[in-house]
Design a protein around this ligand. Structure first.
Ligand code: FRU
Length: 494
């Protein structure tokens, strides 16, 4: 039987340990892991986080039978990437999420080495799940299968693959199908790598969501734009076509693209007869530190809602020694305004608001701050420690808005040597001509800052010492500050 590294300081996981199935682990070992996780001071209060182990991409986000379903990539046994499951959560309001257990287990020969990312589409009496099965041969060659599964609310039924292996001209890096329906037909956009090791997106088409044919590649101006595009998404919004993609391998560009991998969007017009996409510049979705692999769905009222992974691959995080890593972002409502995407927190989050305290009051670790600063530079320190030595600083110098977590406490770090020097670091800066409003959501170990009513968002995990609840504000303006309740306090179990 495989033993697990759990809290052993080294955190070195063998391949055998990473590919251990949950049911092979003794209950006592899982109990130890749960206890380790429960003792972590950085467990979130109102974000979706894994019960144990590692969470990555949001998957299968949809509104079905009166509820939101949101799955995520999950390695149950520790804070590393290994045998991935889909874990399932359900919500009526996008705020209080009930954990619904395992969504997809990697239990077939096609997904034997991971039920990788994918999406869902509500059919008449069942939910269709499409995802990538990751299979490895005995000599560890990767083989991707594009898979469909059907869920009737109780049982999951898996089909044979609808696409086996890479199509001609592409490597084994073909994954992350995002499905949509349009004009009585079904489409999938799929992440891929060409044989010349450049990233691309493929389009599949189907009359019935069962028989799929490859319709071609998405033609963009970005022919040599990173070595792999992960987790693409497509939707029409406010008269525009929007493509989301996560290109890997882009160098940093001044203050931009400083994270190890990027997650951004293209806005334009897509010709669906030949998949020619006339689009503008690639723009990053989040100006902070920890954001990747977002997925969108249409909400109950037809709004386009996005959730991302508040984390990145190839990084170590301070919770690793506590047996868990990562969480999802808060859901954001998207719109196209002035030729750019805007992202606003879903309105339902207001139901978390508890007591309103003044700027000088103690809001605790979990709060929402709404600030309309006077014109000009300012410095805002959030989550200041009792001794004043630790804080996360947002500052504005008239041109740049800086998000500095260098003093915030323990720090995430890049785990990959050989990247260009501009990558990493603990400060992110975005150009802003004027800061009219900041809306900050603080949870135990994260900050999400919405700037100027969703013109920009900065997300970051922070790992401050306990009782880091102070706030320092240098400028004038008006502010509102609410303590936030957790769904658990309100009866849910996020
Ligand atoms: C993105 C990603 C996907 C893949 C999944 C595996 O973070 O690498 O491309 O499907 O994670 O967990």
């Amino acid at each position: 039987m495989t033993t697990l590294p759990l809290a052993q300081g080294t955190q070195v996981w063998s391949r055998e340990q990473r590919y251990t199935a949950l049911e092979q682990v003794p209950a006592a070992t899982l109990g130890e892991l749960r206890a380790l996780v429960a003792a972590s001071p950085w467990r979130q209060g109102y974000h979706i986080q894994p019960p144990t182990g590692l969470l990555n991409d949001p998957n299968g986000f949809c509104f079905w039978r009166g509820q939101y379903h949101l799955f995520y990539q999950w390695f149950p046994l520790g804070p590393v990437h290994g045998l991935k499951y889909w874990r399932h959560t359900v919500s009526a309001d996008l705020v209080t999420w009930q954990d619904a257990g395992i969504g997809i287990a990697p239990d077939s020969m096609y997904d034997s080495h991971g039920a990788y990312s994918g999406s869902t589409w509500p059919l008449e009496d069942e939910l269709l799940l499409v995802y990538t099965g990751n299979h490895r041969s005995p000599d560890w060659q990767r083989m991707p299968y594009q898979l469909a599964a059907h869920w009737d609310g109780q049982r999951l039924r898996k089909d044979a693959p609808f696409l086996s292996g890479p199509p001609a001209g592409y490597t084994e890096h073909v994954r992350d199908p995002k499905i949509w329906e349009e004009g009585g037909e079904f489409f999938i956009i799929l992440g891929a790598q060409r044989e010349d090791e450049t990233g691309a997106a493929l389009i599949l088409r189907s009359p019935d969501a069962q028989r799929w044919t490859l319709d071609g590649e998405l033609h963009t101006r970005l022919n040599d734009f990173g070595y792999m595009w992960e987790c693409p998404d497509y939707f029409a919004l406010d008269g525009m076509d929007v493509v989301l993609l996560c290109p890997q391998g882009l160098p940093s560009e001044g203050e931009a693209r400083r994270n190890i991998y990027q997650s951004g969007y293209l806005l334009g017009q897509l010709d669906k007869t030949n998949w020619h996409f006339e689009h503008g510049e690639f723009a990053e979705l989040d100006g902070g530190f920890d954001f990747y692999a977002p997925q969108t769905t249409l909400g109950e009222h037809g709004e386009r809602i996005l959730v991302g992974w508040m984390g990145l691959p190839d990084m170590t995080y301070p919770t690793d020694t506590h047996g868990w890593a990562h969480c999802l972002t808060l859901p954001r409502v998207l719109s196209v305004e002035g030729g750019r995407l805007r992202q606003r927190p879903v309105p339902a989050l207001e139901c978390l608001r508890g007591a309103e305290v003044g700027l000088g009051g103690d809001a605790g670790e979990r709060f929402e701050l709404r600030l309309q600063p006077d014109a000009g530079p300012f410095v805002l320190d959030l989550r200041v420690s009792e001794d004043g030595a630790h804080f996360t600083r947002l500052s504005f110098d008239g041109e740049w808005l800086s998000f500095d977590r260098s003093q915030s406490g323990e720090l995430p770090e890049l785990d990959k040597p050989g990247l260009d020097a501009g990558k990493g670091g603990q400060v992110r800066r975005i150009p802003v001509s004027a800061v009219r409003e900041l809306r900050a959501f603080s949870d135990t170990s994260s900050l999400e800052i919405f700037v100027n009513d969703g013109e920009a968002v900065l997300s970051g995990r922070i790992f401050p010492p306990p009782h880091s609840t102070g706030l320092r504000w240098s400028g004038g303006g008006t502010a509102q500050l609410w303590r936030l309740n957790t769904p658990a306090e309100m009866g849910g179990n996020t």
